[in-house]
Ligand binder design. Structure first.
Ligand code: GCU
Length: 664
């Protein structure tokens, strides 16, 4: 037993009737590194799930208790896709490339696990998104920005660690179809600036080789000011010839040493990070300069759109942080090189429990785009509170942008279906650390698993994914499985109910972002973020207010602009609403706030109670870890309920119609 858990790759015995598994390859070489990983996984998985020994190569007819698996190259299968079929107890896995074969193998193991491998079964799958990435916000001192699961397993004291855990990590990622990993924080500081120097090339090569064994490309976050910090120059102006030359030379050095590096991720001009704005240049100037430097090596620049001025004075009603991404990037649509991808957070603000979808997604039509979501639960309970995020991601993917008549959802845009791009996809800020169970809260692994599965197959529902995860993680009967699935599916709504209402966002403790602080927005020197007064609350982002609603295509702009048409869950994001305003169900806004906060807390208690039903049915350590998290969640939910209710009672002076206890 290793010191860490195997997450959903537990491979516990599911049946005993198969004694041996015989595997043959055609068109794939067993010497290929990815095929080598596939062979290891098949041995491990088939032994665990079936108790069967695995042999390779033709070995005669086999007996009735032998499962035959043929892994065949078929160039007609789409890149990284696979076909699985089962006839006369012989399984065939066909793929056009090694990654596809590896993903097909993991799918086959899932079928065995779910008891779904039987004659006649057919699976045909290929990834919806070309790029399916994890972004680590790990720092080289071992800390993790917004990490809630211990310290980094990539770095200890500014050294890169490559060990068995790294390999297990790569296995987990490949098993859910991840094909790119950014290994360092977007805020590149201190030792991380030196990742692009020979100080670290040796270890980086080792790490990228482990990833390469699992079909994963490694990426690095880049410091835009490297010419200053590493090159001793006095500027990093992207149009300066010497700066350009410095980057050209640097990229040659880096990609010669690290051929499996996929490229760079860049956070520029945001929250104190350097960028092209300092020199009066645009975001496109910055991104294109780097794109030219990496182009000879066929690499990518992933440029983040999380660019905003955190010190802006918003007392002027037109100034609005939510507008920033679109304002900075929209006019440059079409001006980016083909190996630039703009990485756009799902909402215009910052990973809140509820936000509208960013208008940049689909707002850009001539630029490669990638969606960025966060499974590290920064604003969504920090892996203490249960919050299954796949329903939120589903909503984002299904959002109709109206960027064209058909194929206009966010899923269409990021997959390349809308505009035919190849360099596009989806990335998540990951929720892992060196905790024994990887994700702090065992239940938070559902987000890790779910993100990968969804990134590969955007047709999966939140429930299907939850079921898959539960049944691979815990060996429990159907009723108990239903219980956990139900907890997961309700968790986001519960969290939303006891925290910030109707899309308003924040209200969290500044900087740490856990626990309530109604007025507590870190950049609040110009007043409260939520604009509550004695009459109402919410930010007017309509055409009378900041005008943010106008950044959408007309169909959405019209809807968001009008408080009567605006989806209720986003009402306070778009409008300043009075406390006595009647919502669709007849309740006043203030009553809605009281009700949801009482209900949310009560529902959190209920799911915590349900967890106790699982005592003795799942491993004790897991059971206790989650139980402890639920206790903390309830404490947190009570704090939120009481602080939010008291705050708005004091502001509005309106009592709860149901006479429940609100602290005065
Ligand atoms: C949030 C988060 C930061 C992070 C930033 C980003 O603001 O709190 O820790 O650096 O997002 O996405 O760059």
């Amino acid at each position: 037993m290793s010191e860490w858990t195997q997450l959903w790759l537990n491979y516990e015995r599911v049946r005993n009737d198969i004694k041996s598994v015989n595997i043959t390859f055609s068109g794939f070489s067993e010497d290929n590194r990815v095929v080598g990983s596939m062979i290891d996984e098949l041995r491990r998985g088939m032994y665990g799930l079936l108790g069967a020994e695995v042999s390779f190569g033709e070995n005669g007819a086999g007996s009735s208790d032998t499962l035959k698996i043929e892994i065949k190259k078929n160039v007609a299968v789409k890149a990284e896709g696979y076909r699985i079929s089962c006839k006369n107890s012989t399984v065939s896995v066909e793929a056009g490339d090694e990654n596809g074969a590896l993903y097909g193998t993991y799918h086959l193991l899932r079928l065995v696990n779910f008891g779904k491998l039987s004659d006649g079964c057919e699976v045909n799958s290929s990834p919806d998104n070309p790029l399916r990435m994890m972004n680590h916000w790990d720092n080289m001192d071992g800390s993790i920005e917004r990490g809630y699961s211990g310290r980094s397993f990539f770095y200890v004291n500014n050294e890169i660690v490559v060990d068995d855990r790294t390999r297990d990590y790569a296995r987990f990622m490949a098993s859910i179809g991840i094909n790119g990993v950014v290994i360092n924080n977007v805020n590149v500081k201190d030792a991380a600036s030196y990742l692009i120097t020979d100080r670290y090339f040796g270890r980086l090569k080792e790490l990228s080789d482990v990833f390469g064994d699992y079909g994963i490309k490694m990426y690095l976050s880049l410091n835009f000011a490297s010419p200053i910090e590493l090159g001793g120059m006095d500027n990093c102006d992207p149009l300066n010839e010497e700066v350009i030359k410095w980057w050209d030379d640097k990229c040659k050095e880096v990609f010669e040493a690290l051929p499996n590096l996929g490229g760079f991720l860049v956070k520029a001009d945001s929250e104190g990070r350097p960028g092209p704005f300092t020199y009066g240049r645009t975001q496109a100037d910055g991104a294109n300069m780097l794109a030219d430097a990496v182009k000879p090596y066929g690499k990518l620049i992933i440029w983040r759109c999380f660019v905003y001025n955190c010190t802006q004075d918003w007392r002027d009603t037109k100034t609005d942080r939510a507008r920033a991404g679109y304002d900075y990037f929209k006019d440059l649509d079409g001006k980016y090189k083909d190996n630039v991808i703009l990485q756009i957070k799902n909402g215009p603000m910052d990973f809140q429990i509820r936000e509208p979808v960013s208008p940049l997604l689909g707002g850009l039509t001539k630029t490669n785009q990638m969606l960025e979501v966060q499974i590290a639960q920064e604003y969504t309970g920090q892996q203490i509170d249960l919050c299954y995020l796949i329903p939120l991601f589903r909503e984002v993917l299904d959002f109709k942008t109206y960027c064209q008549k058909e194929k206009d959802t966010v899923a269409d845009v990021i997959s390349g279906r809308a505009f035919g791009n190849k360099n596009c996809g989806i990335a998540a800020v990951i929720n892992t650390g060196n905790d024994k169970n990887w994700t702090g809260n065992d239940m938070a692994a559902a987000n890790l698993y779910g993100f990968g599965r969804l990134a590969y197959d955007m047709s999966l529902s939140a429930e299907e994914i939850a079921r898959e995860w539960v049944s691979q993680t815990f060996r429990i009967d159907k009723n108990d499985e239903d219980l956990i699935v139900d907890m997961l599916l309700r968790s986001r709504e519960i969290y939303e109910k006891y925290t910030c209402p109707l899309g308003i966002g924040w209200m969290v403790t500044p900087n740490t972002h856990y626990g309530p602080s109604v007025d507590g927005y870190e950049y609040s020197r110009w007043g409260t973020y939520h604009r509550a007064d004695h009459l109402g609350l919410g930010v007017d982002r309509s055409s009378n207010g900041t005008g943010y609603a106008q950044q959408y295509y007309p169909e959405n702009a019209e809807k968001f602009n009008d408080p009567d048409k605006c989806p209720q869950e986003l009402l306070l994001f778009f409008h300043h609403i009075s406390y006595d305003h009647r919502l669709k169900d007849g309740r006043t806004l203030i009553q809605y706030i009281y009700d949801t906060h009482f209900d949310g807390e009560a529902e959190a208690e209920k799911i915590a109670e349900n967890w106790n039903i699982l005592e003795g049915k799942i491993p004790e350590e897991s059971f206790l870890r989650v139980k402890n998290r639920f206790e903390r969640q309830i404490y947190n939910a009570k704090e939120w309920r009481d602080q939010v209710n008291s705050y708005f009672y004091r502001k509005s002076g309106i009592k709860d119609e149901k006479g429940r206890k609100i602290y005065e």
